[in-house]
Design a protein around this ligand. Structure first.
Ligand SMILES: [Mn+2]
Length: 327
């Protein structure tokens, strides 16, 4: 792909946003920095457009350290009152209803606007959508909406939009060539007051010592397949503290030959599969996750699989070795 710009928003999408007096803004469960900041910034945008009732909802869980301070801003349950008078639904950083948890059945008949950058959302047939996988983060799509509608980006919103970008770019690490526009948009956010140093401290600081110890636990438990190019590790229900997947991915990716990483996180009756690949690998983990009902990006994806822990680990390990070899 050569240098590109963001396509314009459709007139009908803009019209729906401008004519809405009640909105529910939600995103995927287990929100990350891109998801919840897109929700917050869209909340502000809708109020600026004159929308009277803005409901921010996310089922959670708010697991990541940096999400805990914003958790109280989001409704975890949708009441009949919230669903009355046909609110508009805005889905951000997610284009599949089965990724929003139990809300799915309550909102499936609402008129829906989707703002997302996951390629798996393209096939969902949304009428009012802006799905652009080349955008590093959903917050950069939200920024494009602010600029299109001429809504002022305050310091608070600039910080939110930058945070989403910082999360999904691995703090500037995962940016492909030709995507100069991302950095031009980010420069604008920094000029408006977003602080990379403060965001970095928020994102990577303040973790309990156990998080670091668990990173070494995952490193210790690593096994390799496919000529040591695929690293696998696991975090059991009986382990204490948080599963440090992100920290583990970046550590294990620094090992020579490693091109792909898979983490099995055991929950009650199910396993959360996390997948990452190196920037120059052509193994499509989004497609792989999709075979287990998951999804995500070409280089970062995941799935939640119900069933027996050991059976899931054995099957996925076999499948990933096969898929990786056939890529
Ligand atoms: Mn995202």
């Amino acid at each position: 792909m050569n240098k590109f710009s963001y396509p314009p928003f459709s007139e009908k999408l803009l019209k729906v946003l401008k004519s809405t007096s009640k909105v529910i803004i939600t995103g995927h469960t287990k929100p990350d920095g891109d998801c919840y900041n897109s929700q917050l910034a869209m909340g502000h945008l809708m109020r600026a457009l004159g929308c009277k009732e803005v409901i921010l909802a996310n089922e959670g869980p708010f697991e990541r350290e940096e999400t805990k301070i914003v958790e109280h801003l989001f409704e975890k349950k949708l009441t009949d009152e919230m669903l009355s008078n046909s609110p508009l639904l805005i889905l951000v950083d997610c284009g599949e209803l089965n990724r929003i948890g139990d809300f799915k059945n309550q909102v499936k008949n609402l008129k829906t606007v989707v703002l997302d950058h996951h390629p798996t959302s393209l096939s969902q047939g949304w009428e009012f959508s802006y799905i652009f996988p080349a955008s590093i983060s959903t917050t950069l799509i939200v920024k494009k909406l602010y600029d299109t509608l001429n809504i002022e980006i305050t310091l608070e919103v600039a910080s939110q939009l930058f945070f989403g970008f910082a999360t999904d770019s691995g703090f500037f690490k995962f940016i492909p060539p030709h995507n100069g526009i991302a950095l031009r948009e980010v420069a604008d956010l920094i000029e408006k007051g977003a602080s990379p140093s403060e965001t970095n401290a928020l994102m990577s600081g303040g973790k309990p010592f156990l998080y670091l110890k668990n990173t070494s636990l995952l490193i210790d438990r690593t096994s390799f397949v496919c000529n040591d190019e695929v690293a696998l590790s696991y975090f059991r229900l009986s382990d204490n503290g948080e599963c440090p997947s992100d920290s583990y991915y970046s550590q294990i990716m620094s090992v020579e030959n490693v091109k792909a990483v898979c983490v099995f996180k055991e929950l009650e009756g199910k396993v959360v599969l996390g997948l990452r690949v190196n920037y120059n690998s052509n193994f499509n983990v989004s497609a792989f996750a999709l075979t287990y009902g998951g999804g995500g990006h070409i280089k970062a994806s995941g799935a939640t699989i119900e069933g027996n822990y050991q059976e899931i680990v054995d099957k996925v390990t076999k499948d990933i070795a096969k898929a990786y070899s056939n890529k």
